[in-house]
Design a protein around this ligand. Sequence first.
Ligand code: ZN
Length: 617
Amino acid sequence: MKSTLPPKPPISPPPFRSLRGYAFDPSLSTTLDTAGINQAVFAVPWEPLERGPVGEYLEVMDYDPASGRFYEPADLEHPHVLAQQGLPPSETSPQSHQQMVYAVAMTTIQNFEKALGRKALWGPDKNYGFVPRLRLYPHALRGANAFYSPDLKAVLFGYFKASEEDGVHAPGSTVFTCLSHDIIAHEVTHALLDGMHRRYIEPTHPDSLAFHEAFADLVALFQHFTFPEVLRHQVAATRGDLQRGNLLAELAQEFGKALGNHGALRSALGDKPDPAALAQTLEPHARGSILVAAVFEAFTIIYGSRATDLIRLATAGSGVLPAGALPELLADELAKEAAKTAKHFLQMCIRALDYCPPVGLTFGDYLRALVTADRDMVPDDPHGYRIALIDAFRRRGIFAPGVPHLSEESLAWPGSPSLEDDTAKWLVAQLRQKSDWMRYEGDRGRIFEMSNQAGAALHAQLTAKPEKRLFQFGRVCGLALDPATAPKDIKRDKNGLPMFEVHQFRKAFRARPDGTLLNHVILTLTQRRRIQFPDGSGVYDFRGGATLILDLDTMELRYCIRRPIDDEARRAAYEAYMREELPSSLRKKFFNREGGPTGFEPFAFLHGQDWKGNPHA
Ligand SMILES: [Zn+2]
C-alpha cells in the first residue's frame, strides 16, 4: 500500500552551531567573582564537521608530543552532542578542549569576515600555495607558552602546572592555554593578520612586532567584550564606576592576566597616558601596550557617554542613581551597550587593515587607516568615534609623520592619487575587468587561485609596454620601474626591467549602516632591494610598495597608500634598527639569506621572553 503521508518539506541547515565553552580561563585565580558566569555559548557559522573537529577553515589535531599520544578527536556531529549545544566544558576532557579552540577560532574568523566583507585566507605555503586550514594543536607542548607558527600554519598551545609564585593562576592547577578565550583569539588573530599582510612579521621598525602583538590583543579583548553575559555581572557589581570607564579598564586588566606573557595587554590600560613613553619603549609588548591603551581608552569614552544617556533615561533625567543594587533591566541594558560598542570597535580595528601600507606599518599609519576606513564606512560619525580615537592617540604621543594637524581631515589618507588621466582610467578599467568574478566566487581555493591569476595578468599588462605610463604609475605607487633611474640593487627581469610583485588582489564588499554598499578592490604592489650591510656582514631586504583601493562603483582609484622603495631616510633607519636593536635570533630568521636557523618560531620567542631574551617578569 502506498504511504498517505505528505512529502517531507525541505529543511534548511541552521545558520549557527552553538557550542559551549569557558568565558574565563578556568584556572585563573581572579578577583572577579566569576562563579556562575564562567560558561559562554559560542554561535559559530554552521558547517559540516569531520571528527577533530575539521571544517573548512580549521583542523584540530590533538597530538601531545610530551606523552606521545593522540587524543580521541571530538565528534561534534553526534546527535547527542548536537542536541545539547556541544560537549559540556570540562578541564579534564581533551574533546572539550578541542571544541573550545574550534569555537573561539571560528568566532574570530567570523568577526574578520564580517568586518572585511570577504572570505578569510591563511598565508600561502612556500611550496604548496593555498592553505585551506589552519591547524590547531590544543596540547602541543608542556610550558607556559602558545604561539602561531607562520611556517607550519599552525597554532600550538601549551599546558603547565601553576607554581606557588605564579600569582595569576591557582597554585597547583594545570593551566591549559587552549581553554583561554583570549589566548586562542590572540593566536588566531596573528594567523589572520599574517594571511592579510605577510610582511608585517618582518621586524623592520620598532612598531612592526609591537603592532602584531597589540592588534592580536585588541581583537581578543574586544571580542571578549562582545559577550554581554561576561560584562553583566561586573556592571551590576560596580555601579558607581560606570561613567568613568574604570570598570572596563579593570575588567580588561583581568582579561589581560589570562593572556599572561602572550600579549601586549599590560597595566598601561589604567595608567595616566605619557606622551614621552613611546619614544623610550622599544620592547614589542611594552610598546604594543601603548597602542592597546589608546584604542581601549577611546572605547571607554564612547561607552561612557552612551551609558550616561541610558542612566539619564533610567533616572528621569537626573542621572543620579538611587542607592542600592542597580535595577536588573538597567544592568542588562548597560551590558548590552558595552557589548555593542565593543563590536563596533572590533570591526573598526579589523577593517582598518585594508587601509594599511603593505610594508613598514607604523602606529601612526594605523591611526590614519582607522580614520580613513571609518570615514568610508560611516561618513558622519554621529557618536564621535573618530575624535575619541584621535584624542587617545595624541595623549600617548602617537603621531603620523608628515601630518601637521591631528584633525580627521588631515589624518585621513589623501583621496584619488594624481595619476595622469589616461593612466588612471587605464588602470581602473584593467582592475574592473579582472575583479568581476570576485562578486560571485565563494570557494576559498578558487578565490586564492583566481586572485593570483588576476595579479599575474595585471603584472604582464603593466610590463608589456615599458613606457612613460608604466614609469609614472610606478612613481605614484612608490615603486622604481624605470630602468634608467631605479636603484641598482633591485633585480632586473629578462627584459632589463626592475622587478616588482603584484602582491595581493582582494575584494572588500561591505554594507554601510545606512544600507548602501561599498564595493572595493584592494591591490598591493611591492618591490624589494637587496642591500649589503656596510661592514660586509651580510645582506638584508628592504621593501617598498603601495596599497591601492579602487571603488568599483564610481570607477575611481580612491587611495594609494605608499611606502616608496627609494626612501633613503626610511632605509637608513631600518638598517640602524636592525643593527642596534634587533635580537640576533630575529635578525637571523628574517635577514640571513644564507639560510637562517630552521625551526625558529618568532611568536614563540616573543611570547616566551622579552626583547633581550629574559623571561617575562
Ligand atoms: Zn602574540
